[in-house]
Ligand binder design. Structure first.
Ligand code: AGP
Length: 607
């Protein structure tokens, strides 16, 4: 998704803007640009591709000035090229925008009919042209921006900069997050706190529909009705150094190897300091009266929910429905006011998940967010917000967030099961001990990274791959396929092992690697049968299992990855590690952009 930054500073803005944009690179982009007030005049520079191209341009054609805005663009309307790159400008006003203006065609037609000529295919140009038309009518910059914002429909985070106005930014948010940073005689705007981290940790998040008039020494926020409001200024822990890759070639590998540490943090957060028992602070829910759990998310977060469905039903004995947010929000299912709706999101800003939350609000007993960004929109709009403590996740492919989401969900499941009297203290302690063993087990997996790397030599040559799993390992098979496809661009599908004979086995031949995620659990023998059906047809099976499983079924398989033994319930957490590493090393061999795969963004804040 696009990234926005703005600054009213006391130093040259251009390098600060580019540096702030660098901390938004993880969101994915295809062009970048900045605009500044250079000796009172509006100046602009834009470039295709990575930020280094913008930096090169600024070396040869610098723009000065201490106030400015910047943008990394992930193309929605209009091809990724310099003309469509932000900031967009119409004479005396420049704007950077994240989101989609849904009524841009209507506005564009109106302005074109009034004689205005557009130079781009973008929805954003409509914003600057409309604002300029109000300036031409004699409105002040503040009123022109307010009148423009009033006409816009859709999702947007916007920041306006005006010619001749060295001490004024207008910011607005609707659907896409926007943070305002407070400095010492300076003010900043950013898509998230990470962008602002080196400048300040004092941040005010705009609420839905808010817009703000910002000067170096003042901040005036108005709500959607134009009423002046105040929003809390928070101190944010977003640590600028956490955007550093350290010794790793990619953020993704850094984040894979952080999992023992961050899972320990997450488990610690969900363990009572005195007794060590699993507990979920703030989980103010009477589970004895809950008749259903609905979980809604997207992508990997959805697959974490799919794993947790098995847990809620098998351990807590609560009926559980899981759906992808983009379907749920339009399916508009009837909701019980005795049910709980859970929304899982690493970014806490995914548009479809946020829309699903807004559908459920008021219809269910409680809405619960499971997020990695405590101040995110989903966190703020839910009745209860549960942090996952994964730390900043930069790689577009979600890794540590997935396993930490599962820890948080497991804690809710155990709490619910205890409250409903279907899990006794001994059983809860057994699960707690099993959870506590995970960081060490993950460490053991990570020591075998090189063995997994070797396995990917052949895999990288494949054009298709199949992941199989049963029970809670089925969503993990889906996650393994998602990881592989999104960063290596190999077409990969995850399937329930038991479904093989209902179609997918037609795909199997000697060119199709079949990766079977199967610890030696109660369903293992059934999965082995499926595996043998694959091998009987020349299929190459990569079996990911434990020692017992390997001893029982490694004959004939192409490759085996042996995992340490783990409690059945938490096998999906542990086996996520080889799934992540298989995808990672395959992508590295294929030379794809591991951290920012083509066409993808870290946070999908538009539909
Ligand atoms: C997973 O690797 C992808 N990056 C993507 O599917 C992601 O999980 C999805 O977009 C949901 O994002 P969220 O957790 O921030 O809501």
């Amino acid at each position: 998704m696009c990234g926005i930054v703005g600054i009213l500073g006391n130093h040259e803005a251009a390098p600060i803007l580019v540096d702030a944009l660098r901390r938004l690179e993880y969101r994915g982009y295809d062009s970048a640009g900045i605009a500044t007030i250079d000796k009172g005049r509006l100046g602009r520079r834009r470039a295709m591709g990575k930020l280094v191209n913008l930096s090169d341009l600024l070396m040869h054609e610098p723009i000065t000035g201490k106030s400015g805005i910047g943008h990394t663009r992930w193309a929605t309307h209009g091809a990724p090229n310099v003309v469509n790159a932000h900031p967009h400008r119409a004479k005396d006003v420049a704007v950077v925008h994240n989101g989609i203006i849904e009524n841009y065609k209507e506005l564009r037609d109106e302005l074109t009919a009034a004689g205005l000529v557009f130079e781009t295919e973008t929805d954003t140009e409509t914003v600057v042209q409309l604002c300029m038309s109000y300036l031409d009518e004699g409105m002040s910059p503040i009123y022109a921006a307010a009148a423009t914002i009033d006409r816009l429909e859709g999702a947007y985070a916007l920041c306006f900069l005006f010619d001749g106005e060295d001490d004024l930014l207008i910011a607005a948010r609707k659907g896409s997050p926007l943070a305002i940073g407070h400095g010492d005689g300076e003010m900043y705007v950013g898509s998230d706190a990470l962008a602002l981290a080196p400048m300040t940790d004092k941040v005010t998040y705009l609420d839905e529909g808010d817009w703000a008039v910002i000067t170096r020494n003042s901040l005036e926020i108005r709500d959607a009705q134009g009423k002046q409001v105040s929003r809390e200024m928070r101190t944010i822990k977003a640590d600028a150094s956490s955007t550093d890759k350290g010794i790793h070639k990619h953020y993704m590998m850094k984040e894979i190897t952080e999992q023992p540490t961050v899972l320990a943090d997450a488990i610690g957060h969900y363990s009572n300091a005195e007794t060590g028992a699993i507990s979920v602070p703030g989980l103010d829910i009477d589970f004895t009266s809950v008749d259903k759990i609905t979980m809604v998310a997207c992508g990997t977060a959805y697959l974490a929910c799919s794993v947790a469905k098995y847990w809620f039903e098998q351990v807590a004995r609560i009926p559980c429905e899981v759906d992808v947010a983009s379907e749920f929000r339009y399916r508009e299912p009837p909701m019980s006011d005795k049910s709980i709706a859970l929304f899982v999101s690493q970014s806490g800003e995914t548009a479809d998940t946020l829309a699903a939350l807004r559908y459920c609000a008021g219809k269910v007993a409680k809405t619960v967010a499971v997020v990695n960004v405590a101040e995110s929109s989903i966190a703020r709009e839910c009745d209860i917000s549960l942090p996952i403590h994964a730390g900043v996740e930069i790689g577009v492919a979600s890794t540590k967030a997935f396993t930490c989401q599962l820890v948080a969900l497991a804690a809710v499941v155990i709490s619910a099961a205890r409250a409903r009297g279907v899990l006794d203290a001994k059983g809860a302690q057994e699960l707690r001990d099993a959870l506590n063993s995970l960081p060490g087990l993950i460490n053991q997996c990570l020591t075998r990274k090189n063995d997994i790397d070797k396995v990917t030599v052949e895999l990288a040559k494949a054009s298709d791959a199949l992941f199989l799993g049963r029970g809670a390992m089925y969503p993990l098979a889906l996650e393994g396929a998602l990881k592989l496809k999104e960063i290596s661009y190999i077409h990969a599908e995850g399937y329930a092992s038991g479904e093989l004979k209902h179609g997918p086995i037609a795909l199997v031949d000697e060119h199709m690697p079949v990766i079977v995620m199967a610890p030696k659990d109660a369903l293992f023998d059934k999965t082995v049968s499926n595996m043998q059906e694959v091998m009987a047809r020349g299929g190459k099976v990569l079996l990911v299992t434990d020692q017992q499983g390997a001893d029982a079924a490694r004959d004939g398989v192409w490759k085996t990855i042996v995992m340490p033994p783990v409690h059945d319930m938490f096998a999906p957490i542990l086996y996520a590690i080889p799934a992540q590493l298989i995808a990672y090393y395959t992508a590295v061999r294929k030379g794809t952009d591991v951290d920012q795969p083509r066409n993808l963004a870290k946070s999908v804040t538009v539909e």
